[in-house]
Design a protein around this ligand. Structure first.
Ligand code: HDE
Length: 693
């Protein structure tokens, strides 16, 4: 408490407590704190009162302004994809598509287009955790010279439903159940699986959702897909279909389920922290942009309908052509102003692009603009700095809440003859829809070509490695074990029989079903397709330490040279090293010097690392055997199939944890061998640590 005597400008009643002693020196010169009207505020600690212990006056307009603004700080969270994180960067074109499109962003090789990319989970609220089993949103806003192009995709190339009219049902089924308000951010509950069991078109997406694609290690290690077919339109008006793919430079990498579950507790912000740390350290994540191009005639020969968003086009059928790269190199300055207020709309596109008739896409073209109106509260949301095009934009739309622009002149219409600088339509370079013949009877119909719900689900399953198949079976058992209604479990397993009889049997056994439930009637015969290795994760993992994080557990007396040698080797291979010690201040190593820790053991489990080293002095090790966090450190690293480097002390702790060494357990004396081992995960080990169906 500041005494009357020391109060800088104090009247006897002025117990301000806002003297310099309250403020830690931050350096620099501080601008005066003002109200929103620019009035300098003399006291930001005390409201206006009558007497020291008397009532607060309604007159205190400074208090009221501050509290009122605070009361209105929140806006509605996104109905889906509420939890997200984003970064700025650029897209650089490396190969021109000028044969196919007039879009400058896809024809001007070497041109860098600014982007803002937001990653998200789908089902959870804004305050949910980063690592549930869930699809990840992958939305890219490209601020092109011809207007904003929003490529609003996911990390999975297909979707649950074929027609937008089912979206509210799907979302209501997956979100918290309305009578109880849980579960949060989880598909493992009755309403979701009830809807799925009655919606066979979702089976392909379910296979993806139950794969490790939905438990990624890092947002820097996920793919992105535009999902729908779009059109590229060239100067002659000819159009070609296109599918967009983002491919991470670091390769794909997922967690194992036990790890994802524990990550949710260890660090609810794991993915956004990972992205933040990588970008602020200068390790900029990068993706290639690939396209699949095909004509109407080629599409007519596919054994599926590309307008059906539950289908993908195997890369073996239409190869991927890499045309550019995206680098995320700048963290936003403000989460709310940028990441929260960014408004993506699939209807935002540029001349030279167009939509396809995919009925899911058509519904999205309406939904996003509409939802931004309620979320951001004004048709002027495009004027927010994060949403505004970086090219000039002008029209005759006027007024509305929070109009930021001050249009000049008397003309707010077109055609007009009164004002020389009033905007006019641009027949030459303006957007034109592809001239496509459309005809047919009106009706609420589903195309006959949309009825095959199992062939691609099977294609996905048979394309996986046995490890990945086991994870899928295990995920299905986990999810259905949380479903209380028995007929729903039965119905889902029934569908699996169309996809793969062995998968159905494994899941049924995992649920202790007495017999295999009957398969529902399929509407179309199964089309067998050759396996597509491009659909795997393991096949797309990169043997690299780049972008990875290695944790080194130390204690007092740890061999300083061993720590230095490991750090050097790991950093040279492109990974970040983090030191973990029982106390965050650090540990005194064998050379007598204190090494500060990046994390305290109890709050920094091995779960947050890609590989770990355990370097312990023998006295300290004995103590750590009694510390559950230390035993779990090695047990979890081993159980999550990670490489471990151990010195003598580390090995003693490993033994105390009751573990048996394998190829992934390396002597700390051989940092080079550890670096090699740490580049991957040891899937063969899994059979030793858990029983998979
Ligand atoms: Fe979305 N989706 N969606 N979606 N979606 C939204 O828009 C919708 C779909 C996707 O980071 C909402 O601004 C409908 C497919 C992403 O801000 C909403 C349908 C794909 C994001 C909406 C779909 C997506 C959203 C909620 C079926 C992958 C987050 C908040 C017809 C291609 C964007 C908002 C961000 C967000 C509607 C299906 C991706 C309600 C009606 C398929 C990445 O408008």
């Amino acid at each position: 408490m500041v005494s009357k005597a020391t109060t800088p400008s104090g009247s006897p009643r002025d117990m301000r407590g806002n003297g310099d002693e309250l403020h830690q020196p931050a350096g620099g010169s501080h601008p005066p704190l003002t109200t929103n009207q620019g009035l300098p505020v003399s006291d930001n600690q005390n409201s206006l009162k009558v007497g020291e212990r008397g009532p607060v006056l309604l007159e205190d307009f400074i208090l009221r302004e501050k509290i009122t603004h605070f009361d209105h700080e929140r806006i509605p969270e996104r109905i889906v994809h509420a939890r997200g994180t984003a970064a700025h960067g650029f897209f650089e074109l490396t190969a021109s598509l000028s044969k196919y499109t007039t879009a400058r962003v896809l024809t001007e090789v070497g041109e860098r287009t600014p982007v803002f990319t937001r990653f998200s989970t789908v089902a959870g609220g804004a305050g949910s955790v980063d690592t549930p089993r869930d699809v990840r949103g992958f939305a890219v806003k490209l601020y092109t010279k011809e207007g904003n192009w929003d490529l609003v995709g996911n990390n999975i190339p297909v979707f649950f439903i074929q027609d937008a009219i089912k979206f509210p049902d799907l979302v209501h089924a997956v979100k918290m159940e309305p009578d109880r308000g849980f579960p949060q951010a989880a598909t493992a509950h009755d309403t979701f699986w009830d809807f799925i069991s009655l919606t066979p078109e979702s089976m392909h997406m379910i296979m993806w959702a139950m794969s490790d694609r939905t438990i990624p290690r890092s947002l820097r290690m996920i793919e992105g897909f535009g999902v729908h077919s779009f059109r590229l339109v060239n100067a002659k008006g000819g159009s070609t279909f296109v599918k967009f793919h983002w491919r991470p430079k670091l390769g794909l990498q997922s967690t194992v389920w036990d790890e994802a579950v524990k990550l949710a507790g260890a660090d609810p912000d794991f993915h956004r922290r990972d992205l933040f740390e990588a970008i602020t350290a200068g390790n900029f994540p990068e993706w290639e942009l690939g396209v699949q191009l095909f004509t109407e005639d080629e599409a007519a020969r596919f054994p599926f309908d590309h307008l059906d968003a539950t289908k993908l086009i195997p890369e073996e059928l239409v190869p991927l052509k890499i045309i550019g790269r995206m680098v995320l190199d700048r963290w936003p300055d403000n989460f709310f102003a940028e990441t929260e207020q960014v408004a993506f709309c699939p209807s935002h596109l540029v001349p030279g692009l167009d939509f396809s008739n995919d009925p899911l896409l058509q519904g999205r073209l309406f939904s996003y603009l509409d939802t931004q109106l309620s979320r951001l509260g004004s048709p002027n949301f495009h004027q927010l700095p994060i949403n505004a095009p970086k090219c000039p934009f002008a029209n005759h739309q006027r007024d509305g809440h929070m109009q930021q622009q001050v249009p000049k002149g008397r003309v707010a219409y077109e055609p007009s003859s009164l004002q020389a600088d009033s905007p006019r339509e641009e027949p030459k370079s303006g957007f034109r829809s592809a001239a496509v013949d459309e005809a047919g009877a009106r009706g609420r119909v589903r195309a006959e070509t949309f009825v095959d719900h199992y062939s691609q689900a099977r294609l996905f399953f048979i394309s996986q490695t046995p490890y990945e198949q086991a994870h899928m079976a295990s995920a299905l058992v986990f999810e259905l074990s949380k479903v209380e209604t028995l007929h729903v479990r039965d119905a889902v397993v029934g569908h699996l029989r169309h996809i793969d009889e062995d998968l159905a049997k494994r899941v049924a056994a995992g649920l202790a079903m007495d017999k295999l439930p009957p398969a529902p009637k399929a509407q179309a015969p199964l089309v067998e397709m050759p396996p597509s290795p491009a659909l795997q994760i393991i096949g797309k993992m990169k043997a690299t330490l780049e972008g990875r994080v290695v944790g080194i557990l130390i204690n007092d007396g740890t061999n300083a040279k061993a720590v230095a040698a490991l750090r050097k080797a790991v950093e040279a291979a492109g990974a970040t090293v983090k030191i973990v010690a029982p106390k965050v201040g650090g540990a005194k190593l064998s050379d007598g010097k204190k090494l500060a820790a990046d994390g305290q053991l109890a709050g920094t489990p091995s779960i947050v690392f890609d590989a770990v080293a355990v370097l312990l002095s023998s006295e300290g090790e004995e103590q750590l055997e009694k510390e559950a966090a230390a035993v779990d450190f090695v047990r979890d690293a081993f159980g999550h199939l990670k490489a471990l480097a151990l010195d003598e002390g580390g090995l003693a702790l490993f033994d105390a944890a009751g573990l048996e060494a394998d190829d992934g357990v390396i002597s700390a004396e051989d940092p080079a061998a550890f670096v090699e081992a740490a580049k991957g995960r040891f899937f063969d080990r899994e059979a030793k640590v858990r029983i998979l169906p």
